[in-house]
Design a protein around this ligand. Structure first.
Ligand code: UT7
Length: 337
C-alpha cells in the first residue's frame, strides 16, 4: 500500500456475549402493570437478558472482546474503545480494565459515551485512528448492563431494556476490500438532552454530600418524543450516508438499525425506501441493549446466515444526547465467535 493511500478500517472479527438469565414478558407482567400483548405489539420484544448481581459491564465486554479477537484470529490490538452508558464506575473508564483483562498490554483504551449511538460513534473514532496511522488494529466493544440503571418499578423502561455486549476487530486495509467501513454520518442535538437522561449523580445534581433524590439516579426517557426523533434522525442520517457513498437505496441488502422498537425500525426502513424485510431484527430476543444493540444484531444475523459475505450493510442508530449516526460496509467473509 503506498503511503498516500488513505487507510480504511476493515472488519475482521465479531463476537457477542449475553448473560444467561432470560426475562420474559410474562415474568415482567407478574410484577408490573403491563402485559405480554402490550409489550409485543408496542415494541416487538418478547424477552431480554439480565446480568446477575455482581456481573458488571466490563465482564460482558471482556467476554465479547475475547470472542471478537478469536473471530479475527489475532491476540494484539493497538487501541480499545468501549461504548457504554453503564460503565462499571463513574470513574475511571471501563476500557482500560477491559484491555488489561484481555491481556492486551499498555495500549490506549477509552470509553465512548453516546448512549444508543455509542457503537457507531466508537466505530467512527476507531476508523479515524486507523486512517491517521495511530492504530493498525482496534477492538471496538459495545457493552451495557442497562438493567442496573432502570428503576425495576418503571414499567416503560423495564419492558424495553436488556443487557449484553458485542465487539468487532477492525484492521487497517483498503477501501475497496470487503469489510471496509465506507463512510459515516454522525450528529447530535444537545437541545434535546432531557429526552433521555439520568438526572442525578453527575456534576449538575451531585452525588456524595449533596445526595440527589434517589429517584433521580434512575434512567428516564420521554418515549413518544424519542420515538419520533429517532425515526427522523435515523432515516435522514442513513439517507445522507447513502448519497455520500453513492449507494442507491435499492442496493442495500441489510439495514441494521439500533434495536429500540420494531415499529421504529420499520418506520425508518419505510422513510428510507428500504423494504421492511431487509431490516435485521433481533430485539424480540434481547430487547434494547443500547450501545451493544448493533453489534449484537450483526452477530445474530451473521451467525444465522441472515447477513452473508457480499451483502451491502447499512447501520444507523439514535440515542441520548441526543445523538445519531450511520455507517456502511460490504460484509466480509467472517466467522462469528
Ligand atoms: O434506545 C434509545 C432510543 N429509544 C427509543 O428509541 C425508544 C423510543 N420509544 C418507544 O419505543 C416507545 O415510545 C415506547 C415503547 C417507550 C412506548 O410506546 P408508546 O407506544 O410510545 O407508548 P406511550 O408512551 O405513548 O404510552 C401509551 C400508553 C400510555 O397509557 P395512556 O396514557 O394512553 O392511558 C402508557 O401509560 O401505554 C401506557 N404504557 C404501558 N402500558 C402497558 C406505557 N408503558 C406501558 C407498559 N405496559 N409497559
Amino acid at each position: 500500500m503506498d503511503s498516500t493511500t488513505r487507510l480504511a478500517a476493515v472488519l475482521e472479527g465479531l463476537g457477542t456475549a449475553l448473560p444467561p438469565r432470560v426475562v420474559t414478558n410474562a415474568e415482567l407482567a407478574e410484577r408490573l402493570d403491563t402485559s405480554d400483548e402490550w409489550i409485543r405489539t408496542r415494541t416487538g420484544i418478547t424477552e431480554r437478558r439480565m446480568a446477575g448481581p455482581g456481573v458488571a459491564t466490563s465482564d460482558l465486554a471482556v467476554e465479547a472482546g475475547e470472542r471478537a479477537l478469536k473471530s479475527a484470529g489475532v491476540s494484539e490490538v493497538d487501541l480499545v474503545v468501549v461504548a457504554t452508558t453503564t460503565p462499571d464506575h463513574p470513574c475511571p473508564a471501563t476500557a482500560p480494565d477491559v484491555a488489561s483483562r484481555l491481556g492486551l498490554g499498555p495500549i490506549p483504551a477509552y470509553d465512548m459515551a453516546a448512549v444508543c449511538s455509542g457503537f457507531v460513534y466508537a466505530l467512527s473514532g476507531a476508523a479515524g485512528a486507523i486512517a491517521s496511522g495511530q492504530a493498525e488494529r482496534v477492538l471496538v466493544i459495545g457493552a451495557e448492563t442497562f438493567t442496573s440503571i432502570i428503576d425495576p418499578e418503571d414499567r416503560s423502561g423495564a419492558v424495553i431494556f436488556g443487557d449484553g455486549a458485542g465487539a468487532v476487530v477492525l484492521r487497517a486495509g483498503r477501501a475497496d476490500e470487503p469489510g471496509a467501513l465506507l463512510g459515516f454520518d454522525l450528529g447530535s442535538d444537545g437541545a434535546l438532552a432531557d429526552l433521555i437522561k439520568i438526572p442525578g449523580g453527575g456534576s449538575r445534581q451531585r452525588a456524595g454530600g449533596l445526595a440527589p433524590d434517589p429517584a433521580d439516579s434512575w434512567f428516564t426517557m420521554q418515549g413518544r418524543q424519542v420515538f419520533t426523533n429517532a425515526v427522523k434522525r435515523m432515516a435522514d442520517s442513513a439517507g445522507t450516508l447513502l448519497q455520500r457513498i453513492g449507494w442507491p437505496v435499492q442496493s442495500v441488502d441489510r439495514f441494521v438499525g439500533h434495536q429500540a422498537n420494531v415499529r421504529i425500525l420499520h418506520a425508518v426502513a419505510e422513510q428510507l425506501g428500504v423494504e421492511p424485510e431487509r431490516a435485521v431484527i433481533n430485539l424480540d430476543k434481547v430487547g434494547n441493549t443500547s450501545a451493544a444493540s448493533i453489534p449484537l444484531a450483526l452477530g445474530d444475523a451473521a451467525a444465522s446466515g441472515d447477513i452473508t459475505a457480499g451483502d451491502r450493510v447499512l447501520m444507523s442508530a439514535f440515542g441520548g444526547g441526543v445523538t445519531w449516526g450511520s455507517a456502511a460496509l460490504v460484509w466480509p467473509e467472517l466467522i462469528v465467535a
